[in-house]
Design a protein around this ligand. Structure first.
Ligand SMILES: [Zn+2]
Length: 334
């Protein structure tokens, strides 16, 4: 009943608020945490992405909700991840309607007007939610949502079969992957597997982030390596030219009977060797350039600057297993 009348019933006030000392059912802004929450909304409203906000908060060592609660007497074993802000904790705040002055609580998750002071106006809050949806939609950019961009790549962890993409019911635009082996060949062949496309995409993005982080190539590393290759190639070009001039001279000598065939062969081998070395170095440089270009592309995709469909050729397969674990296997080994 209390919840329906806009009274806060949770054991702890949401980050940014505290329970009023006169009335524990009444939330009042926490002087310190409210500043952080307002800043988060302000940044999001002015177009800073979640990643940018996370960086801002961590750069300034601002306390996370758990850290702040701990510093204010919360005890218990709480999982606070690596102890810094992450996109989940920021997004949790940015999508919590409580900050508009509403209360969303109880089993039915009913939103009721409350009497507490908003930390963000509802217009701004709604605009941020819209931006989130637009961004989420970029996972499958316009015109592609109907396409199965992971076609043939989503694999059942139980039977190894390709999972089929199907349209979800009840909603206009969501899909899931399902293994049809169970229905086709019987339950002894497969227990049946299911994954929402959204979860598959999210898993890919999460793993793509790890993948590019583990193989991160900084701009300066790249430039330095390219410079090294260029120097090596210049050096080998010089050596090759010298070796070939030398070989041609020896060819003359060989033709005039001044040196033996074996002697000429030895000089010729040096020249061929130099040529091979140059080809190899040039190929290595090309390969490194390609690798870097691929890395940049994957990096852009991991931050959703380009859609997933543009790097789908880098995905070998995505395996869905019975515990809901979704593992992407990448095609490039570097
Ligand atoms: Zn299966």
């Amino acid at each position: 009943m209390k919840a329906q009348h806009g009274e806060f019933i949770g054991p702890r006030a949401p980050f940014g608020y505290q329970k009023s000392s006169e009335n524990p059912g009444q939330l009042v802004p926490d002087p310190v945490a409210a500043v952080i929450v307002r800043k988060i909304f302000e940044m999001a409203a002015s177009g800073t992405g979640v990643t940018g906000i996370v960086r801002y908060l961590n750069d300034r060592s601002l306390p996370t909700p758990i850290q702040y609660a701990r510093a204010h007497g919360l005890d218990g074993d709480f999982d606070d991840g690596i102890g810094s802000w992450n996109s989940r904790s920021v997004k949790y705040i940015l999508t919590n309607r409580t900050y508009t002055g509403m209360l969303v609580q109880g089993k039915e998750k009913r939103a009721v007007e409350a009497t507490h002071e908003p930390l963000v106006d509802s217009g701004t809050f709604d605009a941020i939610q819209k931006a989130f949806q637009a961004r989420a939609y970029n996972v499958v950019p316009q015109g592609q949502s109907a396409d199965n961009i992971l076609k043939g790549k989503v694999i059942c962890g139980c039977c190894g079969g390709k999972m089929q993409r199907k349209r979800g019911t009840g909603h206009a635009d969501w899909h899931f992957f399902t293994c049809i082996t169970k229905n086709r060949l019987g339950a002894d062949k497969c227990t049946g597997m299911y994954a929402r496309e959204e979860d598959v995409f999210n898993a890919i993005y999460r793993q793509l982030k790890d993948y590019v982080n583990e193989r991160y190539i900084t701009n300066s590393t790249y430039k330095q390596k390219i410079q090294e290759y260029a120097e090596q190639i210049a050096d080998l070009t010089q050596r090759k030219t010298t070796a070939w001039i030398n070989a041609m001279e020896h060819y003359e000598q060989y033709m005039q009977g001044e040196i033996s065939k074996e002697e000429f062969r030895a000089v010729q081998d040096v020249a061929n060797h130099a040529k091979e070395g140059l080809i190899q170095a040039t190929e290595s440089k090309d390969a490194y350039e390609k690798q870097y270009a691929r890395f940049r592309k994957l990096l852009s995709a991991s931050s959703k600057d380009i859609p997933l469909s543009e790097i789908v050729d880098c995905i070998d397969k995505v395996v869905v297993d019975s515990r809901g674990k979704i593992v992407a296997k990448w095609l490039m080994q570097w």
